[in-house]
Design a protein around this ligand. Structure first.
Ligand code: SF4
Length: 86
């Protein structure tokens, strides 16, 4: 009985931990337009820079917000130009 109880306790704690780190529940990322592409960044970086596992991965965020719009824009131009060629 005891090992089963310990397993349930650890599963519960693991689930709570994993849920806390999902991008939908991260305070800074829940409403970001890139959240499902970026995923909220690295939890280790967030912990190292903010001291919280559900904190913000500042370096990843800066890079994503600077590069993704440019990438999407350039990809969109490529797709548009291929459509024009047809
Ligand atoms: S870009 Fe920044 S705010 Fe948006 S999901 Fe990524 S880390 Fe979070």
């Amino acid at each position: 009985m005891a090992p089963y109880f310990i397993f349930i306790l650890y599963s519960y704690k693991a689930t709570k931990f994993i849920n806390k780190t999902k991008v939908e529940y991260l305070p800074h990322c829940s409403s970001c337009v890139f959240r499902y592409i970026c995923g909220g960044g690295c939890r280790a970086n967030a912990f190292a820079t903010c001291g919280r596992i559900d904190g913000m991965d500042i370096y990843n965020c800066e890079i994503v917000k600077l590069t993704f719009p440019a990438f999407i824009f350039s990809r969109n131009l490529e797709l548009t130009s291929t459509l024009w060629e047809k």
